[in-house]
Design a protein. Structure first.
Length: 121
């Protein structure tokens, strides 16, 4: 079970990429209908982009919490991660992506980067 946790955390955090993609594509769709002059249609695209990305953030948050547990356990030497260099590099990538979600994601991303810095030592 403990060997699956790092993989599960990385897979769940991949929903963060999906959330960012759907968020920006929804705003792009709102931008494309801007010339039509229908504010309700544009607001619909923006609101659907926000709602869909917030739904997709839920599994990514669960993955972040699992990642935090794995990193804290690694600091306490309870879990031995076989491919620790790859795990830490991918975790850093996701931490930088979390910074894009203002304001809560920025706080979570910075905390994760600090945690990764302590684990790398």
């Amino acid at each position: 079970m403990k060997t699956l946790l790092p993989l599960l955390s990385l897979i769940l955090q991949a929903f963060l990429l999906l959330a960012l993609t759907s968020f920006f594509s929804g705003f792009y769709n709102a931008y494309t209908v801007f010339a039509g002059g229908d504010p309700k249609l544009m607001a619909g695209h923006i609101s659907s982009a926000i709602v869909v990305s917030l739904i997709q953030i839920i599994p990514a948050l669960i993955g972040l919490f699992i990642n935090t547990y794995v990193l804290n356990s690694r600091l306490n030497k309870n879990i031995n991660i076989n491919s620790s260099a790859m795990f830490i590099n991918i975790s850093k990538f996701y931490a930088y992506l979390w910074i894009l979600f203002i304001p809560l994601g920025t706080f979570l991303g910075i905390k994760q980067l600090i945690r990764l810095k302590n684990v790398s030592k």
